[in-house]
Design a protein around this ligand. Structure first.
Ligand code: C2G
Length: 446
């Protein structure tokens, strides 16, 4: 019996996939089809898939051509499968011509003709898209646009900046169709808004965008008072709009998995979280402007607040802040949270540098995430017995903004306003912490 194996993602299963499977089947007597897992696709840079692994397997099954379906989870698995299943022929489409020649050592490699004029990419492009208007055209927005190009269904349709010349230059550079003269024009040309303007403008822009019926993705911190955050959520919920914060760490694959691991108690009860985010900044930077909510707390605190709230909850007993001040802003702040059964702390700085790592200590072991932990692609779970230590690696491609953009777009297309990577409760608490700090409650100046 001649065994043939072929692999694919088979997203939005189409005639090209069917033809390929048929041609592969005709090469022998028994066809094995490898379908990639969602994680494996993410790892090899495919984050556009519309169907999950179960749906893709079902589509392959429905052709009736596969005698056996296996899932492809890791690089190098093809060799293992060929040996394990005693495969005679490895078949794949001609778009891979030459790439799999190294498998000749293990079985015959056949490149089959690809069906012209149809592809998953093309089908994905035909699906409804989310038109995003950008408010604020500074450095983060410049990174956002190329990242959005990796997210299926995300189209940057317009941009607005009160500085018209800067806005024009930004739109030209990124080939954005509409250079909006005001927010009304921006809203008329999008169904979702990304707010990347200075912190102190977030509330007004977010409110007017929601009132205009637009979904909102807002840079952190969302706002500086709990009442304002509550008001924005109330509008979003009433109008069934997505209101999401662009806290990129929350959406990246490694952080998501660390969350599930810790919730499944791999280090026992969590007793301490400590995280640092410091970025030495020029003193003339707007980030240090005391009149515009500048300073280390407003710039960086949301990052460490995320793991603290995720792993210890939002019900802390108290917080004390210790700040090194200059020109009316904090160049460095250390915050210490007391919980009933745990303690947390963070260091943020724009004028002081620390190691940018995170440790989460538990009763059975601890997690160590090296700097820069907020762009996590790797962490370790460590124990007293070092033989039990485990290292975890994940993709974190380029700027890592594509993960939050993907979640934003998927939430909108799913028709719901609900998403929980940073929950409403956590966002309200972040605003409350910022508010408490600005009021000077429990703030000790060094
Ligand atoms: N295909 C085809 N004609 C098309 C589109 C796709 O013949 N118009 C073939 C591809 O060449 C491939 C198979 O269908 O052999 C599955 O394609 P994808 O789902 O795009 O999967 P791919 O990313 O090519 O994954 O490691 C290799 C991968 O597992 C193959």
């Amino acid at each position: 019996m001649k065994k043939v194996i072929t692999y694919g993602t088979y997203d939005l299963f189409h005639q090209g996939h069917y033809n390929l499977l048929k041609r592969a089947k005709d090469l022998g007597d028994y066809l094995i089809v490898g379908v990639t897992t969602d994680n494996f696709d993410l790892e090899r840079g495919k984050m556009n898939t519309c169907n999950n692994v179960m749906e893709r397997i079902e589509a392959v099954k429905a052709t009736g051509l596969a005698d056996q379906i296996v899932i492809e989870e890791y690089r190098g698995q093809k060799i293992d499968d060929i040996q394990k299943y005693g495969v005679d022929i490895f078949a794949i489409g001609s778009d891979w011509e030459g790439y799999f020649d190294y498998l000749n050592e293990f079985c015959e490699v056949v490149y089959l003709p690809r069906t012209q004029g149809i592809s998953s990419t093309q089908l994905r492009q035909e699906r409804p898209s989310v038109n995003i208007g950008i408010i604020g055209t500074g450095s983060i927005a410049s990174r956002f646009v190329p990242e959005s190009g990796n997210v299926n269904s995300a189209v940057i349709s317009a941009a607005y900046n009160p500085d018209a010349a800067k806005c024009k230059a930004f739109c030209e550079k990124h080939s954005i169709a509409v250079t909006a003269r005001d927010t009304q024009e921006l809203f008329a040309n999008c169904n979702a808004v990304y707010i990347a303007s200075p912190h102190y403008t977030h509330y007004d822009y977010a409110k007017s965008a929601l009132m205009a019926g637009k979904h909102v993705l807002c840079e952190t911190p969302l706002v500086f008072s709990k009442a304002q955050a509550e008001e924005l959520y109330a509008i979003a919920e009433e109008r069934k709009l997505v209101l999401m914060v662009a806290l990129k760490t929350a959406y990246c694959p490694a952080f998501g998995h660390m969350f599930s691991l810790l919730k499944s108690r791999v280090i026992g009860d969590i007793v301490e979280v400590n995280a640092s985010v410091t970025t030495l900044t020029d003193e003339s930077s707007e980030k240090l402007d005391s009149k515009r909510f500048g300073g280390s707390m407003s710039e960086n605190a949301c990052f460490p607040l995320l793991p603290i709230f995720k792993f210890l909850g939002t019900d802390y007993c108290n917080i004390n802040f210790y700040s090194k001040m200059k020109n009316g802003v904090d160049m460095f702040t250390k915050a210490v949270f007391r919980y009933e059964h745990a303690v947390a702390s963070f260091q943020v700085g724009l004028g002081v540098k620390t190691e940018g790592s995170m440790t989460i200590a538990g009763t059975k072991g601890y997690v160590y995430v090296p700097a820069p932990w907020w762009k996590t692609d790797y962490f370790e779970v460590r124990y007293e017995d070092q033989n039990l230590n485990k290292k975890y690696f994940y993709p974190f491609i380029d700027e890592g903004l594509r993960y939050e953009i993907k979640d934003f777009v998927s939430s909108i297309l799913a028709g719901g306003y609900y998403h929980d990577k940073v929950s409403r409760k956590e966002n309200l608490k972040m605003a409350e912490v910022q508010e408490q700090y600005l009021k000077g409650e429990n703030v000790w100046k060094l």
